[in-house]
Design a protein around this ligand. Structure first.
Ligand SMILES: [Ca+2]
Ligand SMILES: [Ca+2]
Length: 92
């Protein structure tokens, strides 16, 4: 797995402090762990980083357990990757 540079996440030059920028309840949807508004491979990457203890920025653990087994681990990253490429269309 290739890790992306931090600048990738901040390419517009603004730090998307998720709680400030998005605010309120529309931050959360299953799988969207960075509050970007969509579920993509970045979310899978962030879960992988979280899983190995890297504490990624703007991480929303409440959105990360996409297989609903009660824990956040590499399986959740894989499930998001499957969702991203269209193998599955919904989470648990
Ligand atoms: Ca996202
Ligand atoms: Ca899980």
């Amino acid at each position: 797995m290739q890790f992306l540079p931090c600048s990738f996440f901040y390419r517009n030059g603004k730090e998307l402090g998720a709680f400030e920028y998005y605010g309120g309840s529309n931050v959360t949807s299953a799988g969207d762990v960075n509050g970007s508004g969509e579920v993509d491979i970045i979310d899978a990457l962030l879960i992988a980083q979280y899983y190995v203890g890297l504490n990624p920025a703007n991480f929303h653990p409440e959105n990360a357990d996409v297989n609903c087994d009660g824990s956040i681990n590499i399986i959740d990253a894989l499930v998001i990757a499957q969702y991203y490429i269209g193998l599955i269309t919904e989470f648990c």
